[in-house]
Design a protein around this ligand. Structure first.
Ligand code: NAP
Ligand code: G4F
Length: 342
């Protein structure tokens, strides 16, 4: 029997890699997408086959985590074996500007989906995209038993989602798990997260299209892995016998400054000639250091990373140099993005 999966957030970085992986594994994949006035499917366009084609395995459905009734109807119609809840307002800095919206989608959206599963009677395994941001102020290394101390509206909303997922597992016997993922990046990363902001700027500076890059706190430490490897871990969490929560991370931390250094060096540039400070990129409360302990995932899922942060930075720089070459006049400078997009 062909397995069927529903992915919320399929148009995002992780959703696109997960859809790719599940299609490779022979799944029929259904994705929830938001209606927008412009196309928002660029990350998955390469996977899409017209639904009239008998070989089509990827199906997209309009919906939103703010619309519980729609989630019930969709689940009842699709009857998935696995549900991956990746949708969220996922930008930490933006969550300080839009705390209520973040709580509604990143927090309450999860219980809407869980409740829709219960109301539709669909017996699917459920994956919740939990995050290292929940550890916040608790010092590293952080593992499955480390206490949470969120430092942003985003982190607080994700803590709610973590606990409600655990509660539905205990209260209703759902196979529901939290993947507590540390930062993971790729050439498909949103342009305003720090790694992609840096690698796009390197490409633009190298091409003579930009000279300055405005940044916030360069001392923050993150454990950056390669997104394509993390979606394999998500899938493995739903294939084990008992539902359990897992940390996915590389286990090694680097500062934002380290990332800048590797990325600029790779293009033969000196970051100190270009990077300027702008306090608009500081957060009211910062998460100083996130470094994960992935030993449980290694032991029980056989999952581990192979791409370390410096290699990741080089992959992303090379990809952005290529993207810029092909973009021509459609390229939007980081400077333009920076001025309002965080
Ligand atoms: P992303 O690129 O920002 O993608 C977020 C996805 O959620 C997009 O498809 C977006 O749709 C969708 N979305 C947002 N609000 C929605 C709503 N109200 N209803 C339905 N869909 C909505 O995020 P990502 O990096 O792929 O991360 C995937 C998930 O993992 C997120 O939940 C994130 O918080 C979590 N996470 C990420 C990391 C990381 O380092 N990447 C680490 C730990 C946890 P549009 O395309 O229409 O905007
Ligand atoms: O790339 P960031 O915006 O990612 P952050 O805040 O760590 O959140 C990401 O990872 C979480 C997992 O830990 C996910 F749950 C979340 O959805 C998201 O994917 O910022 C990383 C660090 C921060 O300390 C920030 O203050 O970089 C610092 N930073 C310095 N200058 C900057 C900038 N961040 C951004 N976005 N832009 C800057 O100019």
């Amino acid at each position: 029997m062909t397995k069927r999966a529903l992915i919320t957030g399929i148009t995002g970085q992780d959703g696109s890699y997960l859809a790719e992986l599940l299609l490779q594994k022979g799944y029929e994949v259904h994705g929830l997408i938001r209606r927008a006035s412009t196309f928002n499917t660029t990350r998955i366009d390469h996977l899409y086959v017209d639904a009239h084609n008998p070989d089509a395995k990827l199906f997209l459905h309009y919906g939103d985590l703010s619309d519980g009734a729609r989630l019930v109807t969709l689940l009842a119609g699709i009857q998935p074996d696995e549900v991956y809840n990746l949708a969220a307002q996922s930008h930490v800095r933006v969550s300080f500007d839009e705390p209520e919206h973040t709580a509604d989608t990143t927090g309450v959206g999860t219980v809407r989906l869980l409740e829709a599963l219960r109301m539709s009677g669909v017996n699917a395994r459920f994956y919740q995209a939990s995050t290292s941001e929940m550890f916040g102020a608790t010092p590293p290394p952080q593992g499955e038993d480390t206490p949470f101390y969120p430092r942003s509206p985003y982190g607080a909303a994700k803590v709610y989602s973590y606990w409600i997922t655990k509660n539905y597992r205990e209260a209703y016997g759902l196979f529901a798990v939290n993947g507590i993922l540390f930062n993971h990046e790729s050439p498909r990363r949103g342009e305003t997260f720090v790694t992609r902001k840096i690698t796009r700027a390197v490409a633009a500076i190298k091409a003579g299209k930009q000279n300055e890059l405005y940044m916030g706190n360069l001392d923050a430490i993150r454990d950056w892995g390669y997104a394509a490897e993390y979606v394999e871990g998500m899938w493995r969490m739903l294939q084990v016998d008992e539902p359990e929560d897992f940390v996915l991370a590389t286990g090694v931390g680097y500062t934002v400054k380290d990332f800048l250094q590797v990325a600029f060096d790779h293009a033969g540039l000196n970051w100190e000639d270009h990077v300027k400070f702008d306090d608009r990129y500081l957060r009211p409360t910062e998460v100083d250091a996130l470094i994960g302990d992935p030993s449980k995932a290694r032991a029980k899922l056989g999952w581990k990373t192979t791409v370390e942060t410096p290699e990741l930075a080089r992959i992303m720089v090379d990809a952005d140099i290529e993207i810029l070459k092909n973009a021509g006049s459609h390229w939007v400078d980081s400077v333009d993005l920076d001025s309002w997009k965080n």
